[in-house]
Design a protein around this ligand. Structure first.
Ligand code: UDP
Length: 392
């Protein structure tokens, strides 16, 4: 029999599974609803032989050596340093807005003056959230903030969230701050890159362990029951750890109502050309219905002179329809209050852990959820969470 059951084979599920199986000597069952592992990091060859990220672009970056070392056991990396440009009425400018962007949108003289001002006020290599920059009492800095807000944030955020930047959680727009630097990279983390053979291959290696059984195409709700503080697997009470990484509202039959999400429609296109846009990412920040275009060969360094595949992302509200994927939790006080009811309900089960973007209703990056999953697994093994000892 199994010591732990993990629901979901994405970043969270795969990491916990490996850690419990390897370091804890546990027999682990992973139940995955989809017919593939790797969650939203799942990548696969399309019909033109190009490796695409089926659920949109995922770029690994971290300052956490533990996470980087852990994942590096399961993959080699292509040293990819992510850069993004925004298409502002046909003009391409680096995002996050930085000192190079400044030179592209102001005259040489004005840009030099503003650069000095920004450096004096904030210091080199600092990051300032746009909403903070807008509060500046300096007229010039306010002018920059106004430009950045209107040219980079307003329309993109309206498309992505259906709300203005100031009306969404500040940590969301804070992910893309104004950067007082000449560094055009999207992330400044010490470690960044793309798994050399793709994410699916990395997670395959992670899950490939004698103590791990993965069942694809298996909806946990069909073989498990969560009732009166007890968990049942195939009709019998299961007293081991259950780590749930799916939608928590769904787990409890939407008892307190559905948790709101944004979802995306993806439009993949292949062109019989060597290159479509000459770079991995272009954000459309002032027009178009899609937020961004990803050209995969530049993300993953694929050599293909015959053709190239791109994807456009069209955000919309998640309705709960089974054809949709809930990608982004909409963080606000009401939704957190609703989530907390589910969390409280989950706590009635002494052996249930909620983990990951969906189960914790959080905007996790890959590195953050891998780090958290390693901690949770360590906690489970060292008797900190359930009062059971699984180290054998
Ligand atoms: N954002 C924006 N314009 C951009 C890039 C980002 O307005 O060109 C805002 C938008 O609200 C977005 C958020 O910043 O949802 C976070 O962007 P990030 O690139 O981190 O989004 P992700 O890749 O996670 O979808």
């Amino acid at each position: 029999m199994y010591d732990s059951i993990i629901i979901g084979a994405g970043c969270a599920g795969a990491t916990v599974a490996r850690k419990l199986a390897e370091d804890g000597g546990q027999k682990v069952l992973v139940l995955e609803k989809r017919n593939h592992i790797a969650g939203n990091c799942y990548d696969a060859l399309d019909e033109y032989g190009i490796l695409v990220h089926v659920y949109g672009p995922h770029i690994f970056h971290t300052n956490d050596k533990i996470v980087n070392d852990y994942l590096s056991r399961f993959t080699k990396w292509y040293d990819y340093q992510h850069e993004v440009v925004a298409d502002v009425y046909g003009k391409l400018i680096p995002v996050p807005f930085n000192l190079n962007t400044l030179k592209l949108v102001y005259s040489e003289e004005k840009a030099a003056e503003l650069t000095t001002k920004l450096i004096n006020k904030y210091g080199m290599e600092t990051k300032v959230p746009i909403l903070e920059l807008m509060n500046s009492d300096d007229e010039d800095i306010n002018g920059i903030a106004y430009y950045v807000y209107n040219s980079i944030f307003l329309r993109y955020t309206m498309k992505q969230w259906g709300q203005k930047p100031e009306d969404i959680d500040p940590t969301v727009t804070g992910r893309v701050p104004v950067f007082i630097s000449y560094d055009n990279r999207y992330f400044q983390d010490k470690y960044q890159g793309m798994p050399l053979d793709g994410y699916t291959s990395m997670f395959e290696n992670m899950l490939n362990h004698k103590n791990i059984t993965v069942q694809l195409g298996t909806d946990a709700k069909k073989c498990m029951e969560f009732k009166d503080g007890k968990i049942y697997y195939q009709g019998e009470e299961f007293q081991g750890n259950v780590i749930f990484t799916g939608q928590v509202d769904n787990l409890f039959d939407n008892e307190y109502g559905m948790l709101p999400y944004r979802t995306l429609d993806f439009e993949f296109e292949n062109f019989k050309e060597k290159s479509y846009q000459g770079r991995a990412l272009v954000n459309y920040t002032v027009d178009q219905d899609y937020t961004r275009i990803t050209e995969f060969k530049y993300l993953t360094n694929q050599k293909n002179d015959e053709s190239t595949t791109i994807v456009k992302e069209f955000p919309k509200a998640y309705t709960g329809d089974t054809s949709e994927t809930p990608y982004y939790a909409i963080i606000n006080n009401d939704n957190i209050a609703k989530y907390n009811k589910y969390k409280k309900k989950a706590e009635e089960f002494g052996n249930l852990v909620l983990l990951g973007r969906l189960a914790e209703y959080k905007y996790y990056n890959i590195d953050a959820i891998v780090g958290k999953s390693l901690e949770v697994a360590t906690g489970l093994m060292s008797n900190q969470i359930f009062g059971r000892i699984y180290n054998k």
